[in-house]
Design a protein around this ligand. Structure first.
Ligand code: SAM
Length: 288
């Protein structure tokens, strides 16, 4: 099968099957070989690798992944792409297409069935309307992962890798960096897609840390503290935390902040993940 990665081939196959792009499913197909190679190189795919692709579309990235990896499982929600994938991946014997909504899948079960539970690389040009839920599902479900190399909206990538004290730093930065080391691989203009999205894109690599970046007594409390701290950005930590879902009084927050050696008038966006961890343990302590 000829490679799909060109505007001409993509248009040909779309026309042949009378395929209609769905905006609501985030269907923007990649047509640029240079970007495709950056994704594959960024994930350092080898013949040992087990790969999960989310949203293969017409199979452009899938074809390249199949050549480089040991095995690929591609999860596509849109039934109307299945006959196209049957043609474009006909010669890729190491690819399994699963017709499902990735957000509704039991990922552990799928990885057990397809890869005998071995760690996978997630490589995808993600549908932008559900980028964050998809990434967080893989991380929070503790799916066995080596890394994730994904094309996402530029602003979301910037937030994922933002450092404390910057405008992009928020709950998403903490959540992603709790599990991973993020690294931007390349910026991507909208001209490399058919149809062109209204936003710029970025390829980002999230390399899984062996252990979460901080060790806390209670992860749920950590993420409650993070949400509360960023939920009311202009409030001091003392005010933000004492009027939040945490259900602690101002006095209790004062005690926790003192124990964590964090000043009462600091704002959430200045805290490092390590400080969030110490604070979460102190809050858990005053709540118990
Ligand atoms: N990988 C192809 C490429 O690079 O040209 C297509 C990428 S396109 C940005 C996103 C793909 O994800 C589409 O094929 C879309 O149908 C699929 N998709 C959207 N939501 C999904 C979901 N919840 N689960 C699985 N696939 C989904």
């Amino acid at each position: 099968m000829e490679r799909l990665i060109s505007p001409k081939k993509t248009k040909e196959i779309v026309r042949k099957y009378g395929f209609k792009f769905s905006k609501s499913l985030g269907q923007n197909f990649l047509i640029d070989e240079n970007i495709l190679n950056k994704i594959i190189d960024g994930a350092e795919v080898t013949k040992e690798d087990l790969v999960m692709e989310i949203g293969p579309g017409i199979g452009t990235l899938t074809q390249a992944l199949a050549d480089q990896a040991k095995k690929v499982v591609a999860v596509e929600i849109d039934k109307s792409l299945l006959p196209i994938l049957a043609e474009t991946l006909r010669e890729s014997k190491n690819v399994t297409v699963v017709n499902a909504d990735v957000l509704k899948l039991d990922l552990h079960q799928l990885i057990q069935k397809e890869f005998e539970g071995a760690p996978v690389k997630v490589i995808a040009n993600l549908p932008y309307y559900v980028t964050t839920p998809i990434i967080m599902k893989f991380l929070e479900d503790r799916v066995p992962l080596k890394n994730m190399v994904v094309m996402i909206q530029k602003e979301v990538a910037d937030r994922m890798q933002a450092k404390p004290g910057t405008k992009d730093y928020g709950a998403l930065s903490v959540a992603v960096q709790y599990y991973c080391e993020p690294q931007i691989i390349t910026r991507v203009p909208s001209s490399v897609f058919i149809p062109q999205p209204n936003v710029e894109s970025t390829v980002i690599r999230l390399t899984l840390l062996g252990e979460p970046r901080v060790k806390v007594k209670n992860e749920e409390v950590l993420f409650q503290v993070v949400r509360a701290s960023f939920g009311k950005r202009r409030k001091t930590l003392l005010n933000a935390l004492s009027s939040s879902e945490l259900g602690v009084t101002k006095e209790q927050v004062k005690t926790a902040l003192a124990a964590a050696q964090i000043e009462e008038n600091r704002r959430g966006e200045t805290l490092t993940i390590k400080e969030f961890g110490i604070l979460a343990d102190a809050i858990a302590e005053v709540k118990s």
